[in-house]
Ligand binder design. Structure first.
Ligand SMILES: Nc1ncnc2c1ncn2[C@@H]1O[C@H](COP(=O)(O)OP(=O)(O)O)[C@@H](O)[C@H]1O
Ligand SMILES: [Mg+2]
Length: 312
C-alpha cells in the first residue's frame, strides 16, 4: 500500500505588483506521485522549481489550490492534528534557523508530544532521551541549549523531534545541504539506518543528485512546478530521457559513469510569473521544435518511466 499518494497537487500564489494586474506564481502545478512504505522518493530540480512549496503543502503549512493528498488511504484534510502529525513529519534544511534557541534539547525534541498528546512532562522527557539515543546524541545533553551543539548535532535534534511522533512519512528538505561534507555522510547513514529500524517512508528533496542517487528508490524531476520525469532511480539517472533531466545529470558529473557530450543547462530558469508558452523548458532545450512552444506535453509512460516531452 502507498503510505502517501499525491494527485494533481497545485499551489498558486497570488502576486500583486503596483499598477499591474494580479498574477499567479504556479509554484506547484499539477504534481502527482505515490510512495510505497519504506521506500524513498528523491525529488530534484533547480532552485525555484517548487520543491519547498511541495514540502510545505504536504505538511499543511500551505493550503493547496487544487489536488489531493492521502496518507495511508486517508485524505489529509480530514485528519486531526494528532493523526496528521503521527502520519507525516518534516526535517528542515537549516538546523541553525529552524530550531528555537531558547529551548533545551529535550524540550525541542519533546515539543510535538507536548502539543499533540496528553503525555505528562516526565513521560515526554523520557521519550525525548530515548529518541536522542536513537539519533546518536547522548541523553546527558538533554538540558543543553542549541548553541552548545554542532551543526550535525543540531540536525540530529531536528531528526529526533520529527521521530517522537513515530511518523510513517518523513519529508527531508535538503537535510544535509547546510552541513560540512564530512558530516553529511554521517547524517545520511543515520537517516538510512532509521528508515530500516522504524519502517519510514522518505520524500528526499535535494539539488545534489549524488546524495539523492545514494538514498532514493525512485526519482521525481521537477521543472517550474511540474513533473518532467518520474521513475526508478537507475532508469532516471543512468538513462535519463527528458532533455532537462539529461542536462541536470550532465551538470553533476560525479554521478556519471563516463564523461558526457550533453551540454549543461543553457540559460536561466524563466520567471515563474511569466513562464514560456507550451513546454516551460522549450527555450532552454536543445531538442525543442515549434510544437514545444505551442503545446504542453503531458507526463506519459515511455521507456519504463514517465516523461513529459514530445521528442522522446
Ligand atoms: N509565499 C510565496 N509567495 C509567492 N511566491 C512564492 C511563495 N513561496 C514560494 N514562491 C515562489 O514559488 C516558486 C517555487 O519556490 P520554492 O518552492 O521555494 O522552490 P525550491 O524549493 O525548489 O527552490 C518560486 O518562484 C518562489 O519565488
Ligand atoms: Mg527549497
Amino acid at each position: 500500500m502507498n503510505v502517501i499518494e499525491v494527485q494533481n497537487l497545485k499551489k498558486h500564489y497570488p502576486v500583486r505588483k503596483p499598477f499591474k494586474a494580479l498574477k499567479h506564481v504556479k509554484a506547484l502545478d499539477g504534481v502527482s506521485f505515490s510512495v510505497p512504505t519504506k521506500k524513498t522518493l528523491g525529488i530534484v530540480g533547480e532552485s525555484g522549481c517548487g520543491k519547498s512549496t511541495l514540502a510545505k503543502t504536504l505538511m499543511r503549512l500551505e493550503v493547496p489550490t487544487d489536488g489531493s493528498v492521502s496518507l495511508s488511504g486517508t485524505d489529509f484534510t480530514n485528519m486531526t492534528g494528532k493523526d496528521f502529525h503521527s502520519a507525516i513529519q518534516m526535517i528542515f534544511q537549516d538546523p541553525y534557523n529552524s530550531i528555537n534557541p531558547r529551548k533545551k534539547a529535550w524540550q525541542l525534541i519533546a515539543e510535538p508530544l507536548l502539543i499533540n498528546t496528553d503525555l505528562s512532562k516526565d513521560e515526554c522527557f523520557k521519550i525525548a532521551c530515548e529518541t536522542m539515543k536513537k539519533v546518536g546524541l547522548r541523553p546527558e545533553l538533554a538540558h543543553r541549549y542549541p548553541h552548545m551543539f554542532s551543526g550535525g548535532q543540531r540536525q540530529r535534534i531536528g531528526i529526533a523531534r520529527a521521530l517522537v511522533m513515530q511518523p510513517k512519512v518523513m519529508i527531508l528538505d535538503e537535510p544535509v545541504s547546510a552541513l560540512d561534507v564530512s558530516i553529511q555522510a554521517q547524517v545520511l547513514n543515520l537517516l538510512m539506518k532509521l528508515q530500516d529500524d522504524m519502517d519510514l517512508t522518505y520524500l528526499f528533496i535535494s539539488h545534489d543528485l549524488h546524495v539523492v542517487k545514494h538514498i532514493s528508490d525512485e526519482i521525481l524531476v521537477m521543472y517550474l512546478g511540474k513533473v518532467v520525469e518520474y521513475g526508478a532511480r537507475d532508469k532516471v539517472f543512468d538513462d535519463p530521457k527528458h532533455p532537462y533531466t539529461k542536462a541536470l545529470v550532465a551538470s553533476s558529473p560525479s554521478i556519471l559513469k563516463e564523461a558526457s557530450d550533453e551540454p549543461a543547462i543553457q540559460g536561466e530558469l524563466p520567471s515563474p510569473l511569466n513562464p514560456p508558452s507550451g513546454c516551460a523548458f522549450h527555450k532552454r532545450c536543445p531538442m525543442a521544435t515549434e510544437r514545444c512552444s505551442k503545446e504542453t506535453p503531458e507526463l506519459t509512460e515511455k521507456f519504463g518511466r514517465k516523461v513529459a516531452c514530445f521528442e522522446v
